[in-house]
Design a protein around this ligand. Structure first.
Ligand code: HEC
Ligand code: HEC
Ligand code: HEC
Ligand code: HEC
Length: 102
């Protein structure tokens, strides 16, 4: 609950948006690299990182839009490449689906 409240509060503060990699944007507003990586080091399988995403944003089946359809099938970082995408990068469906969906 506490983390979800923080997400709501920071959401308002971040509404203007900054052009930084998603990971850096997160590191700046929270506890640096440790907001996603245990002791700041990436895990082998990404499970720890996914757990951190879900603690702040909710699990895939609790989210809106394209999220619930992918519950149990993939991790957040399959679509949101934290160190490559800038904040506000739009994830496109046709990276994986070739039937024209958006
Ligand atoms: C918002 C969560 C988040 C934050 C904050 C974050 N990372 Fe990551 N990082 C990830 C995820 C998820 C992966 C694995 C897949 C990927 O690259 O998206 C990753 C992968 C990595 C990797 C493996 C190589 C790579 O680029 O794929 C390194 C090294 C790394 N992070 C270092 C850092 C450092 C150093 C910081 C602090 C400046 C940091 N991360 C902050 C989520 C985060
Ligand atoms: C199948 C690709 C996909 C996966 C997997 C995915 N996302 Fe997303 N995400 C999107 C798309 C597309 C959007 C743009 C708006 C929408 O459709 O909801 C988005 C938007 C967002 C947003 C910003 C808008 C909002 O709803 O607040 C957040 C935060 C987010 N995703 C977090 C996550 C987290 C956390 C996970 C893992 C638990 C995740 N996403 C997994 C595709 C994905
Ligand atoms: C400590 C809490 C926290 C963690 C952990 C966290 N986030 Fe976030 N995230 C936020 C907040 C706060 C925002 C800004 C408000 C918003 O857009 O919901 C945000 C924004 C986002 C956005 C939208 C950024 C934009 O403006 O385009 C995406 C996508 C996202 N997070 C994905 C992830 C993913 C994927 C992970 C795990 C690798 C993750 N977050 C981990 C708190 C967190
Ligand atoms: C990282 C790859 C990836 C991305 C990006 C992605 N999907 Fe998917 N999606 C999958 C996979 C894998 C499945 C499960 C197998 C299948 O049904 O094709 C799936 C299943 C689905 C399903 C349920 C089954 C079906 O085929 O109807 C829906 C709905 C869906 N995706 C919508 C979207 C939408 C909308 C977007 C863009 C916002 C999107 N996906 C982006 C990989 C992805």
């Amino acid at each position: 609950m506490y983390k979800k409240l923080l997400v709501a509060l920071f959401g308002m503060a971040m509404a203007t948006g900054a052009q930084a990699a998603l990971a850096d944007m997160h590191a700046e507003m929270n506890d640096g690299c440790e907001s996603c990586h245990a002791e700041g080091m990436p895990s082998e399988d990404g499970a720890f990182e996914m757990e951190q995403c879900a603690m702040c944003h909710g699990a895939l089946n609790e989210m809106e839009g394209a999220h619930p359809a992918h519950d149990g099938l993939m991790e957040c970082s399959d679509c949101h490449q934290l160190h490559e995408h800038e904040a506000a990068t739009e994830v496109t469906c046709d990276a994986c689906h070739d039937d024209g969906r958006k």
